[in-house]
Design a protein around this ligand. Structure first.
Ligand SMILES: [Zn+2]
Length: 322
């Protein structure tokens, strides 16, 4: 099914009327989603006694752009997508929120796009409810970093009202201080200034944000893991339950077809690409050495698997789902 934003629909309807066509026949190619949504948009698996549910929010089929990877060509990027079994004509960037039930608590890992990032995403809240979760009964929300696709699910569109006014939102102090420093706006590239302004208009007014330093345990068996570079305070989350572990890698290796296979590729969205590469290699080496599972916010849904060394890079084997 086509996925048109309301504005597009209005434009399309107007255009259709002008052309004397039936609105149903008008397609806006830029928003025509090619990837089918998963038949079941939530998948639950166990890590020890913990129950992990991957909840699908949507996908961004990002058009190719030579600036996306600084040290690889669009042809290299296309070849990497094909090697990972993905379509070559765009970069698949799905969004998946992980919900962990552990030690009697229900913990959200990031918040989804809130339908404010791409017209083909914003299904998290509906899918979370379909998976049997009550958004009013979440115990805490862990935030990996302050990019829009990870935090806009915390705030209502336009009004900026909190979606989770009573839940503790836990974030790295480095990330919080970076984005809420008024002087950061002058230092950020043009494309990120609006994000910083919105963060500064919203988060300092909320009483339920807790800043944490380093790698503390933030929920039963869940620790923050330093993973800077993508943003200054980017964090992965490490879950332990019994003898099992899961590295919730967030955006450390955001599009695995590209940067798990080629950890030295420097992406446009890594604020400090050299540091991001260092964090990526360190985290992937740890996952390989400890033989633990890994998941990622932009990994192909449901986004969990294992990692092995593969030549100069790594190979991701994804969990199979029926
Ligand atoms: Zn992201």
């Amino acid at each position: 099914m086509l996925n048109l934003s309301r504005r597009d629909f209005v434009v399309s309807t107007g255009l259709a009327a002008a052309l004397g066509l039936n609105a149903r026949l008008v397609v806006t190619p830029a928003f025509a989603q090619k990837t089918a949504d998963p038949a079941k948009p939530y998948v639950t698996y166990k890590i020890g006694d913990a129950e992990v549910t991957a909840v699908y929010d949507g996908i961004w089929e990002k058009p190719h752009d030579p600036a996306f990877i600084a040290n690889a060509s669009v042809e290299d990027v296309k070849a990497a997508m094909v090697k990972a079994g993905l379509p070559a004509d765009f970069v698949s960037i799905p969004f998946t929120v992980v919900i962990v039930k552990t030690g009697g608590k229900t913990i959200l890992c990031d918040s989804g796009t809130g339908g404010q990032v791409q017209p083909t995403a914003g299904k998290f809240m509906a899918n979370m409810k379909a998976a049997g979760f009550d958004p009013g009964k979440v115990d805490a929300i862990l935030i990996s970093h302050f990019h829009p696709d990870h935090i806009f699910g915390l705030m209502e569109k336009e009004t900026n009202k909190p979606v989770y006014p009573d839940m503790e939102i836990i974030v790295s102090d480095v990330e919080y201080k970076f984005w809420t420093d008024p002087s950061v706006i002058d230092r950020l590239p043009e494309a990120r200034k609006g994000l910083a302004r919105r963060i500064q208009a919203v988060f300092p007014n909320w009483k339920n944000i807790r800043q944490v330093t380093g790698e503390p345990e933030v929920a039963p068996g869940i620790h923050f893991v330093l993973s800077p570079g993508h943003t200054p305070g980017h964090r992965a989350f490490h879950l332990t339950s019994g003898s099992k572990e899961l590295m919730i890698s967030n955006d450390t290796a955001y599009v695995p077809a590209l940067v798990v296979a080629n950890p030295g590729w420097h992406g446009q969205y890594d604020q400090n690409a050299t540091l991001a590469e260092e964090s990526r290699r360190k985290l992937l080496d740890r996952v390989v050495a400890d033989k633990i599972q890994i998941c990622g916010y932009h990994f192909p849904f449901p986004g969990a698997g294992t990692i092995a060394k593969d030549g100069s890079g790594y190979a991701l084997s994804l969990m199979k789902t029926a």
